[in-house]
Design a binder for this molecule. Sequence first.
Ligand code: CTP
Length: 437
Amino acid sequence: MVNYSALITAGNTSGTNLTGAAFARVRIIPDMQGKKVLLGVTGGIAAYKSPDLVRRLREQGAEVQVVLTSGAREFVTAMTFQAVSGREVRSDLWDPEAEKAMSHIELARWADFVVIAPATADFIARLATGQADDLLTTLCLATSAPIALAPAMNRVMWANAATQANVATLKSRGIHVWGPGEGDQACGEVGAGRMLEPTQLAGYVANAIAPTGPLAGKRVLLTAGPTRERIDPVRFISNRSSGKMGFALAAAARDAGAEVTLIAGPCSCATPPGVRRVDVESAADMLRATLANLDGVDIFVATAAVADYRPANPVESKIKKTSESMDIKMERTVDILATVAARSPRPFVVGFAAETDSVEQYARQKLLKKNLDMIAANEVGHDKVFEKDDNALLVLWRDGRQELPHAPKVTLARDLVALIAERFAERGKPRLASISA
Ligand code: CTP
């Protein structure tokens, strides 16, 4: 049975910064019965609020395991957290007794969700650089559960370029950053740097664990990155693609509540936490993996730069340079996007188009020719788009269009997912003509 509790929350788990005004809405959110939340507390004055966060999480049914850093122990005691969580508090990576009961790796696996509140500037920096020199940073590296940070620090420390760069790095890896809020600070200053209130944070955790976003309960399958087509054992033909847009879209779809599978060609992007990743190499591998994962998929998004042609006769031994020129016979690869769009029944299908000119005209032709529900087009060439962190998109569907202006790919991905969710919901509604018929 699902119990519901009323909480005041903005209902936003997207990692954007939220201020007090955003919390005015009362929402009913599902409880967290049986969910396991690992609460990391680091050394800031806001740690005095963290025992209250434990209580709010437990009120909604979550089991809470507290991990304190050595800095946190300067502000709050383990005894307080043990009393409110009903569990022994962990803080030492090298504690043989505690490791006997549940090792740090088991603890990392145990968690459904990790929230660090408060998260100091120092902790954020250490997480951004991948350090693992204490129990909490080690747990964060070892867990596959989603992670959220609730920063709390002096407003100048928060505004510092180093902190902002670290926060941007963590957000680009799919880590949620909740807050900080603005207002009076313990240091006597006024500005952004306050930890969000425990009630707000508990609401965010509940929404992240039992999602209520526009794609909650939906399955999204994406392709991303380039493919490699073998010429011989040491050479291949490929396309320029960093995979950044596809990975950002996977994270945005996850944040919108979807269960996400990402079929990735060779690229160095980090897998967003909570996203299932299937690595492939060639266009043929990508097609196979896509079809193998298509069952029950609601939305398919093809962002991959799939090679359109592959060497017709790849050879087993390295080709020697015996002549002045060389011809490679190429053959067409199967169009994965068109294959999925031709299926019946089929998911809502979104394609991408990279064009150097007449962007709208060519993209609309692709939308119709491949029988897509939506296409996102961008202008490429002259150093645009590839390996860059920002982009602009023109999104087209049968009877509409929307321009998504130049923005970081992470922001653009969120806007595109919102648009996909809107059109996907619209598709399910009866059309006016069929209502009057
Ligand atoms: N695509 C695919 N499988 C292929 C080729 C492309 O799924 N074998 C998908 C891409 O992921 C992208 C869209 O199709 O979503 C791009 O369409 P495409 O016709 O391949 O664009 P271009 O390669 O730019 O085609 P053209 O050169 O004809 O403009």
